[in-house]
Design a protein. Structure first.
Length: 471
């Protein structure tokens, strides 16, 4: 480890005066970068397509907060299904915790949309226009001449267009893909308020990807902050093998033909390429740090250096501290077992609840403050409000209510042929009439069946009030 421990008191992207140090990372290359590209292509296609994919007529992913409609993987969730949402969230948190304890922050470098957009879209446009690290630094130092104005102008214009595209897709997740396409077909001036929200979102994305960049991961993201409590010596992270890299007498610049082992020098040739390629501007040789998003660019870079100097690859690699120091292999620790057990139980609960969840949900509630009535035929009558939610993507026709627990009848107010629209609800008032001889107490639970085309689709219960003397 380095004797200079300053990196522990500051973050890599701030200078001594606390001002932002702009990071000009070297363009990554190598095997892991190639895999990362494929993962990111898949995720980008998924991110852009998900609001426009339909499963059984439902948008694949939808988070319509205003209309209170949520679809996850094509499953519609209503506010009444909020408990399922909460369990899904808890599962997500436990899964990420388990994953982080075992494999560190790999999610950040390989899956997080912030990194995917930053490193695989915006940064690559930057490389295409401004060139690699050296050229970018030169351009930055240049006065505002024709070259700089043209390159920066082009880059910022493309950044703006992509930010606008991302804002559109982002909006499709909230208002629905069909709604967005309708707005686009109608033109921006027909939907000025939507256009304003789009421009605000565009501004936010532009700010993040053109200026704020790695600061999101370093100072804004709460997940990054959790690393300190989640990681331990057994967690597999992007790590520098300090035992091998430093050996007895530390790092030393490479000299051809020199026997480094004999002289006690480590395998690190102090070329700084792992630092130059790092998108968060840190030196991984200082150990695991808050800023490291586990993007693995430094692994590729160091491997290519090791190849060039004919030393074994893997000086920087995925490894735990215990593997480096004690040569211990990955173990399924009691902590991991505990998290896995909780995850397993929660997933079982969620699966069970998903299977038990009905596509139709009915509520029948007695009108507050109303007592029972006696009809002309000496029947006891109670008045109720009902609400039926259709969670499916098809209309439900010819809906009827039938009393299942007692002999009696149910009459809807104002509806002869009730139907519930797809993804919609129907509500109104109904009367339940029961012959007093069928009642055993002054307050009874009655069971109601809801039928569509004479097929039972849901049952519900409610209370029925009768006179005290019928016992
Ligand atoms: S790239 Fe490898 S050899 Fe070069 S400084 Fe980093 S760890 Fe040392
Ligand atoms: S230290 Fe390596 S893995 Fe971590 S962010 Fe920098 S380049 Fe990526």
């Amino acid at each position: 480890m380095q004797a200079n421990e300053n990196f522990r008191d500051t973050i890599g992207t701030l200078d001594d005066e606390g001002k932002r140090k702009w990071v000009f990372p070297k363009k990554p290359s190598g095997t892991l970068y190639k895999y990362r590209k494929w993962v990111s292509y898949f995720l980008l296609v998924f991110l852009f397509a998900a609001p426009f994919i339909k499963v059984n007529g439902n948008q694949f992913l939808l988070f319509d907060v205003l209309e209170r409609k949520f679809n996850i993987f094509g499953f519609p969730f209503w506010p009444q299904d909020f408990y399922l949402f909460v369990i899904s969230m808890i599962i997500g948190v436990v899964f990420i915790t388990l994953f982080t304890v075992a494999f560190g922050r790999i999610f950040c470098g390989w899956i997080c949309p912030q990194t995917i957009f930053m490193e695989m879209v915006f940064r690559r446009i930057e490389y295409a226009i401004e060139g690699d690290r050296g050229k970018q630094i030169r351009l930055e130092k240049m006065p505002w001449n024709k070259e700089k104005i043209t390159k920066r102008g082009l880059k910022w214009s493309i950044f703006f267009i992509i930010s606008f595209l991302i804002a559109n897709v982002f909006l499709a997740y909230f208002i629905g893909g069909d709604e967005l396409l309708k707005f686009i077909a109608e033109g921006p001036f027909e939907n000025v308020s939507t256009l304003i929200s789009l421009l605000i979102f565009t501004g936010v994305f532009y700010f993040i990807f053109a200026w704020f960049r790695e600061q999101v991961c370093i100072i804004a993201c709460p997940y990054g902050r959790l690393q300190g409590v989640l990681l331990d010596n057994k967690s597999i992270v992007v790590a520098y093998d300090h035992k091998r890299g430093e050996a007895e007498h530390g790092r030393k610049l490479f000299r051809k033909g020199e026997d480094r082992k004999e002289k006690g020098y480590g395998d690190c040739i102090d070329c700084f390429q792992c630092v130059n390629v790092c998108p968060t501007g840190i030196d991984i040789r200082n150990g695991t740090q808050l800023e490291c998003v586990n993007c693995t660019a430094c692994i590729d870079e160091c491997d290519s250096i090791m190849e060039k100097v004919d030393l074994p690859k893997g000086l920087i690699r995925f490894a735990s501290e215990d593997e480096i120091v004690k040569k211990e292999k990955f173990k399924f620790t009691p902590r991991l077992k505990g998290y896995a057990a909780v995850l397993f139980i929660l997933m079982g609960v969620l699966t069970g609840m998903l299977f038990l969840r009905n596509d139709v949900q009915a509520n029948v509630l007695r009108l507050p403050g109303q007592l029972y009535d006696t009809t002309q035929n000496d029947l006891i009558s109670n008045v109720y409000t009902y609400k039926i939610i259709n969670k499916t993507s098809i209309d439900i026709d010819s809906v009827q209510f039938k009393l299942l627990s007692h002999t009696g009848s149910i009459a809807l107010v104002g509806h002869q042929d009730l139907s519930i629209p797809a993804q919609g609800l129907s509500k109104g008032t109904l009367f339940i009439e029961i012959n007093p001889s069928a009642l055993e107490g002054e307050k009874e639970r009655v069971k109601i069946g809801i039928y569509s085309n004479n097929e039972l689709i849901e049952t519900t219960t409610t209370t029925f009030l009768g006179p005290r003397s019928y016992n």
